[in-house]
Structure formats: structure tokens, C-alpha cells
Ligand binder design. Structure first.
Ligand code: NDP
Ligand code: HSE
Length: 432
């Protein structure tokens, strides 16, 4: 074994970074044996240097992250600051000064992954990011390496721990949205700005990364259709239950049937209780990958939190250190198919629509006509008179598969009917 250590700069020592530092210290001997050389924490960049950080030598702590990555003797930079800047500039500087990079930063990778990969390749460095998608779950490497000989057609799953935690609490305990979000934040699951979680940006970034790797193409955050989960209500959960379903925030990436394009979307959806994703609780994540030869694979595990995420970071650190020692780099970016990303209107799925309607003769026929005129076939209809004596009823329509564009046209036309007082909710139905 080489005795000269490989030097690691840790950028960020928060929820994830503090666990990375802890495992590097407590597992130092095993890591050295697995890599073939010791790894030394050479510096830790943070914002607040005076904060006490258990197990971290205060002499290593700096607020000058740029100087740290420019030192020239750093072998690997671990970026767990998050956000776009200064993370992007620091990673770029790290590559230019001889270091490979391990990052958990899905926001940055979904926005600028192509440029960062290109620079890494040009400079002969590694860019690894297993922790950026689905926390501890090995998913990037299986997609990029184990399935490199297969053809992936669909990736569907729960990829945000915070929102799964909130939806699970709302469903199973009747907890309020804010109360559940506060708990997820205290547990270290949420992003620095939890809007990224609850409005679906975090899951959309992960969907972009997954779609890019799965379909060997370029998908950016802006290409992903996104709806958050802030408008999911207790009434939606009651409707889902009535259908034998629950509600999850799903990320779905699909190759078109003709193979000529892809779609990527994130939105809340009803899924049957019998579907394996329905039993994914708390901050766990689960992702189905469907491919030509392998069929259906399911990846499941903790999707957020300091220690689980650090596990993925450390796995990448070991891989990158091994590459350094052998003078090689791992597999790079593969976007050779250059498939276009189709708009959401072309996505085909089923819908659950809840309408407030006048409770009088002919209304059901009027509503059914609007669906028919837009080519959307109805599967089931359930009407319930309201108890407030206002002469209105609640009408729940579940459709067969239709395009999102047809459904949007239907809903617009329904809103124009005098007898439709309002569209209470529209939710996609997946996993059947
Ligand atoms: P935290 O907010 O807990 O930690 C961020 C760290 O970065 C802090 O130590 C902070 O310093 C430091 N920092 C912030 N700005 C700067 C700066 N300008 N220069 C130097 N240091 C800076 O975030 P997390 O650990 O939760 O997340 C880090 C990354 O990991 C993000 O990209 C996130 O998306 C990703 N991730 C997080 C997961 C989780 O469950 N938390 C799971 C998977 C990925 P200080 O301590 O002084 O404030
Ligand atoms: N905020 C993210 C989540 C962290 O809740 O899933 C893991 O990427």
C-alpha cells in the first residue's frame, strides 16, 4: 500500500459534509485498505468558521474555499455546499488545479452538468455524483455502468425524501403540511431552501440527471415538467383512498414508443395501494428502471439525511481515489443519442378530476359530452350530493389514458360550462 496519503478537500460541513468528515475519520483504516493508500482530510471550507464541528480539527477549517481548491496538492474535492455559485466556480477551479470532484449537488448538475463533464474530460479528471440522486441508493452507477449494455425505456420513482416524508405524514397521521415540513427540515432532509423540495425543483433536477444518464442524452432542469405538492389536500387523500390509492410525488422519465424522443416530468400522482411505491414511507426513496433486456428493476433505500448521503459520497470518494492511483478516470458523460425532450402535452396517462357541479338533470351528460369532444374516454364517474343544501354536487371522473394536451383542453372547456362551479382538483393516476 502507498504510504503517501491522497489529499481531500471538503467543501461544506453541514448535514452531509459533517457525516463525510466523520466517516473519513472513523473508517480511515478500512478506506485506506480499500483504496490502496491513506486518505487525508486536508482542509474543510465553511461559511461560519467559529461553529463547533465535532470531530473536525479546527486547524483544517477555512472560509477561503477558493484558496483551498487552488492549493495544487489536493487530489479530490468533495463539494457538499449545494446551490449554483460558488459551487460551480469551485468545481471548475478544482479541475483546473489537478483535482477530481465528488459532488452531491443535483441543482448544479441538472443545470450545468454538460459543461462540467466537458471540463472534467478536457482536464482528465473525474466527476462523480452518486449522492446527487436518491441519497444512499446506488442508482447513478448502475444506470451508467451496469446497464450500459441494455436499453432503458423508463425510470419512475420517488426521488425526494422531504416530500415523501410530508405526504406520508399527511396520509398516515393526518398531520398538517407545515408541521410535517418542519419535522423533515429538523431531520436534515430538506434543502437549504425547502421550496426546492416542496415545489418539485429538487425532484426535477434529479429527473433531469436520471433521464440524461438512462437515455444517453442531454436533459436539463428546464426540460422537466414540474408541479410541486403544496396543493395536495386532505380531500385529495380522501379521494385517493376511495379509489384504493395513495398520493406520491413522482419523477417519471420515458422514452417515446417510437424511440425518437423522451419526456421527463415531476408531479403528485395517485398510485394504487398495491403498487410497491405506495409502501415507500418516510424519507425513503424508490426508483423503478425498465429496460429491454433486464425488465423491471427496483432500487430502494434512504433518500435523504446526513449519514445515508455520506455513504454515497464515500463510495464515490473510494472510486475516484482508486482511479487516481491507477492514473485513469472513470466513465464520463454519454449523451450521444441527442434525443429531443417532448413537451408535457404529449405525455399520455390517466387522470382523476374532481368537479363541483350543479346538482340538476342533464349535468352529467353535459360533462360527459365535453370529455367526448376532446377525445378523452371516461373510465368511472362518482357523484355525491353535497350536505350543505346548496344544490351542488361533487363529481369525480377518472379517465382512461389520454394525452395531457387533450386533458388540458377538456378542463378548459369544463370551466366554461355554467353548470360546473369549479374544478376542485386534477391529479394524474400512475402505476396501474
Ligand atoms: P447544509 O446547508 O447542511 O450544509 C452546507 C454547508 O456548506 C455548510 O457547512 C455551510 O457552511 C457550507 N457553505 C455554504 N456556503 C458556503 C460558501 N460560500 N463557502 C464555503 N462553505 C459554504 O447542506 P446539506 O449538507 O444538507 O447539503 C449539501 C449538498 O448535498 C447540497 O447540494 C444538497 O442538495 C446535497 N444533498 C443533501 C442531502 C440531505 O439529505 N441533506 C441528500 C442528498 C444531497 P456553514 O456550516 O458554516 O453554514
Ligand atoms: N432535500 C432532498 C430530499 C435531499 O429531501 O430528497 C436528498 O437529495
Amino acid at each position: 500500500m502507498r504510504t503517501r496519503p491522497l489529499k481531500v478537500a471538503l467543501l461544506g460541513c453541514g448535514v452531509v459534509g459533517s457525516e463525510v468528515a466523520r466517516i473519513m475519520t472513523t473508517h480511515a483504516d478500512d478506506l485506506a485498505a480499500r483504496i490502496g493508500a491513506p486518505v487525508e482530510l486536508a482542509g474543510v471550507a465553511v461559511r461560519r468558521p467559529s461553529k463547533v464541528r465535532e470531530g473536525v480539527d479546527p486547524a483544517l477549517v477555512t472560509t477561503d474555499a477558493t484558496a483551498l481548491v487552488k492549493r495544487g496538492d489536493i487530489d479530490v474535492v468533495v463539494e457538499v455546499i449545494g446551490g449554483i455559485e460558488p459551487a460551480r466556480a469551485l468545481i471548475t477551479t478544482a479541475f483546473e488545479h489537478g483535482a477530481s470532484v465528488v459532488s452531491a449537488n443535483k441543482a448544479l448538475l441538472a443545470q450545468d452538468g454538460a459543461a462540467l463533464h466537458a471540463l472534467a474530460e478536457e482536464q482528465g479528471r473525474d466527476l462523480y455524483y452518486e449522492a446527487a440522486v436518491a441519497g444512499a441508493i446506488p442508482l447513478i452507477r448502475p444506470l451508467r455502468e451496469s446497464l450500459a449494455g441494455d436499453k432503458v425505456n423508463r425510470v419512475l420513482g420517488i426521488v425526494n425524501g422531504t416530500t415523501n416524508f410530508i405526504l406520508d405524514k399527511m396520509d398516515s397521521t393526518g398531520a398538517g403540511y407545515q408541521e410535517a415540513l418542519d419535522e423533515a427540515t429538523a431531520l436534515g432532509y430538506a434543502e437549504a431552501d425547502p421550496t426546492a423540495d416542496v415545489e418539485g425543483f429538487d425532484a426535477a433536477a434529479k429527473a433531469a440527471i436520471l433521464a440524461g444518464i438512462a437515455f444517453h442524452t442531454r436533459v436539463r432542469l428546464d426540460d422537466v415538467y414540474r408541479e410541486g405538492m403544496t396543493e395536495v389536500t386532505a380531500a385529495d387523500f380522501a379521494s385517493a383512498k376511495a379509489m384504493g390509492c395513495t398520493i406520491k410525488l413522482l419523477a417519471i422519465c420515458e422514452r417515446a414508443a417510437d424511440g425518437g424522443s423522451v419526456t421527463a416530468r415531476v408531479h403528485p400522482a395517485m398510485i394504487p395501494l398495491s403498487h410497491p411505491l405506495a409502501s415507500v414511507r418516510g424519507a425513503y426513496n424508490a426508483v423503478f428502471v425498465e429496460s429491454d433486456a433486464a425488465g423491471q428493476l427496483m432500487f430502494y433505500g434512504p433518500g435523504a439525511g446526513g449519514a445515508p448521503t455520506a455513504s454515497a459520497v464515500l463510495g464515490d470518494l473510494v472510486a475516484v481515489c482508486r482511479n487516481k492511483l491507477s492514473g485513469a478516470t472513470g466513465p464520463g458523460d454519454s449523451a450521444y443519442t441527442q434525443l429531443p425532450v417532448s413537451p408535457m402535452g404529449e405525455v399520455v396517462t390517466r387522470y382523476h378530476i374532481s368537479l363541483d357541479v350543479a346538482d340538476k338533470p342533464g349535468v352529467l351528460a353535459q360533462v360527459a359530452t365535453v370529455f367526448a369532444e376532446h377525445g378523452v374516454s371516461i373510465d368511472t364517474v362518482r357523484q355525491q350530493g353535497r350536505q350543505d343544501g346548496g344544490g351542488d354536487a361533487s363529481l369525480v371522473v377518472v379517465t382512461h389514458r389520454a394525452s395531457d394536451a387533450s386533458l388540458s383542453g377538456t378542463v378548459e372547456a369544463l370551466r366554461n360550462l355554467d353548470t360546473v362551479r369549479g374544478v376542485a382538483s386534477i391529479m394524474r393516476v400512475e402505476g396501474e
